[in-house]
Unconditional design. Structure first.
Length: 117
């Protein structure tokens, strides 16, 4: 399974961005896709995840209400819509896939999001 994250860039505080995570290969191996981020000097943080077969998504408290994860199975793509962005959202954003267990085995290369104040 290969994951390709894209859509990062520079945005002003209060703005929005939508990230995409396109999967290829044995995509049926991916039961759930998660979005992570890592800011300079900080540990990688799980933001949320969505399963392949449902529309429900999990979100961490730091992004709940501002970020939305969705998927398009026909395109094998998962999206992260980010609204009301803050400078502290500046980070490299990654998507990752896992099977039915809890270990994320498949990782994309990351896309940089910079939020200016």
């Amino acid at each position: 399974v290969q994951l390709q994250a894209s859509g990062g860039g520079l945005v002003q505080a209060g703005g929005s961005l939508r990230l995409s995570c396109a999967a290829s290969g044995r995509t049926l191996s991916v039961y759930a896709t998660g979005w992570f981020r890592q800011a300079p000097g900080k540990e990688r943080e799980l933001l949320g995840s969505i399963t392949r077969n449902t529309d429900s998504a999990y979100y961490t408290d730091s992004v709940k209400g501002r970020f939305t994860i969705s998927r398009d199975n026909a395109k094998s793509t998962v999206y992260l819509q980010m609204n009301s962005l803050k400078p502290e959202d500046t980070a490299v954003y990654y998507c990752a896939g896992r099977g039915s267990g809890n270990i994320y085995r498949y990782w994309g290369q990351g896309t940089l999001v910079t939020v200016s104040s």
